[in-house]
Design a protein around this ligand. Structure first.
Ligand code: UDP
Length: 355
C-alpha cells in the first residue's frame, strides 16, 4: 500500500516520529511537509533528533491567515495526490495541514486515516477545533487516543470507522523520557535545579494574538513565585516584541529559543509544575507525573483534569497560584494507551487498504 502522510507543524513531527518507522516497515510512505511551521527549530530538528524520515516533499506553504493557508495547501495537495495516486492519506491532529490533507484526499475519493481523532475542546473560537471536527467528519478511519474521544465521535455520528489505539505521542514519550530525564544539561543551561522551577509554554492564537490577553499572560507569569523557564515559540516572541513586552518578561523569566524534543522533555520531566496552553504538553506533563496548569478555559485533554493533574485557569493569576499550591494526586491511571499506539495505527491502516 502507498500512503501519503501530511504533516506541517511541531507536534506532527513528534507524531510522525512514532508512526513513520512501523508504517514504512510494512508499506510505502511519502511524507509531505506543508511548511506550516518553517523554522528549523520547529521542524527539521525532529528529523535529526527523533529520526523522522526526511520529508520526500516540501511544499513551503507557511504564512497567511488560516483560510488563506488552508486554501493554498488544499490546491497544492490536490495536484500532489493526482500525481502520487496513493491508496490512503494519513493526517494527524488538528492543524490547517490536517484539514487540507484530509479534504484534498476525500475530494479525490482516497481513504483518509485521522490519528488523534475525536478530541474536542468544544470551543469553536479555536481554529484547531474547526480543523478537528471537519477532519473527523470526512475521515474513513478515525484512530483515537482515549475512550473519551471515541465517545465524542459516537455522539456526533461520524461516518468512518472508529478505533481506540492509544496516543502515538505516548509512544515517543515512553521511549525517550528515560534518556531525557537523565540529561542535566538543559537544566544547567537554564540555570535551574530539578524540582524547583516552573516550565512554561504559550503560543495559542487566543493567548498571544490579542495584545490585552498577551499582557495578562505576561502579568501572570511575572506574578509566579518560583523561577520560570519559557522556551519561546517564534509566534509568541514576535507578538511580545510587537507589543513591547519582551524585555519586561525577560527581566522575570528565563527565556529560551524553542528546544529540541529531548532538551524540552528533560526540562518538563524535572519541573515542579508546568504551565501551558499547548495540547501536547498537557498530555506529556501528565505522563511525566508533573502537575499542569493550563492557560486556557477549555481543554480537549479533559481526562487529565478529571484525574486531578491539570487545572484550567485561563489567564487568571490568582487561580494559577491556587492551582500551583495544590498537592499532586496520589493516583495517575493510564489514560492514553500503553506506548504501542503506532503499531495499532499501522495495523488499522492495513485493514483500510483491504476495504
Ligand atoms: N516541544 C519541543 N520543544 C519545545 C516545546 C515543545 O520539542 O520547545 C514539543 C513537546 O514536547 C510536544 C510538542 O512539541 O511533543 C508540542 O507542540 P506544541 O506545543 O507546539 O503544539 P500543540 O500540542 O499545542 O498543538
Amino acid at each position: 500500500m502507498k500512503v501519503v502522510t501530511v504533516i506541517g507543524n511541531r507536534p506532527q513531527f513528534v507524531k510522525a516520529a512514532a508512526v513513520s518507522g512501523p508504517l514504512r516497515a510494512e508499506h510505502d510512505e511519502v511524507l509531505v511537509h506543508t511548511g506550516q511551521h518553517y523554522d528549523d527549530e520547529l521542524s527539521t530538528i525532529f528529523v535529526t533528533e527523533l529520526g523522522v524520515p526526511r520529508p520526500e516533499v516540501q511544499l513551503g506553504l507557511g504564512g497567511g491567515t488560516n483560510s488563506d493557508q488552508t486554501a493554498r495547501m488544499l490546491a497544492a495537495l490536490d495536484g500532489l495526490l493526482a500525481e502520487q495516486q496513493p491508496d490512503a492519506v494519513l493526517v494527524y491532529g488538528d492543524t490547517n495541514s490536517t484539514l487540507a490533507g484530509g479534504l484534498a484526499a476525500a475530494q479525490r475519493r482516497i481513504p483518509v486515516a485521522h490519528v488523534e481523532a475525536g478530541m474536542r475542546s468544544f470551543d469553536r473560537a479555536m481554529p484547531e477545533e474547526l480543523n478537528r471536527v471537519l477532519t473527523d467528519h470526512l475521515a474513513d478511519l478515525l484512530l483515537v487516543s482515549s475512550e473519551g474521544a471515541a465517545a465524542n465521535l459516537a455522539r456526533e455520528g461520524v461516518a468512518g470507522d472508529v478505533e481506540v489505539v492509544g496516543d502515538v505521542m505516548v509512544d515517543v514519550a515512553v521511549l525517550l523520557a528515560p534518556r531525557a530525564r537523565a540529561d542535566d544539561e538543559p537544566l544547567h543551561a537554564a540555570g535551574v535545579t530539578a524540582g524547583e522551577y516552573l516550565l512554561v509554554t504559550a503560543h495559542r492564537a487566543g493567548n498571544v494574538d490579542d495584545p490585552a490577553r498577551l499582557e495578562a499572560l505576561v502579568g501572570l507569569l511575572l506574578s509566579l513565585r518560583e523561577p520560570v523557564v519559557l522556551p519561546l515559540h517564534p509566534r509568541t516572541r514576535a507578538r511580545l516584541e510587537a507589543a513591547g513586552l519582551l524585555d519586561r518578561l525577560a527581566a522575570g523569566a528565563v527565556l529560551l529559543p524553542p528546544l529540541g524534543y529531548l532538551a524540552f522533555t528533560s526540562l518538563l520531566t524535572r519541573a515542579r509544575a508546568v504551565l501551558t496552553d499547548s495540547g501536547g504538553v498537557q498530555k506529556e506533563a501528565y505522563l511525566a507525573g508533573v502537575p499542569c496548569v493550563t492557560l486556557r478555559d477549555s481543554t480537549e485533554w479533559v481526562e487529565t483534569v478529571d484525574a486531578g493533574w491539570n487545572v484550567l485557569v485561563d489567564l487568571d493569576a490568582s487561580a494559577a497560584a491556587a492551582a500551583l499550591g495544590r498537592p499532586a494526586p496520589a493516583e495517575r491511571p493510564e489514560l492514553y494507551g500503553d506506548g504501542h499506539a503506532a503499531q495499532r495505527v499501522v495495523t488499522a491502516m492495513t485493514r483500510l487498504a483491504e476495504l
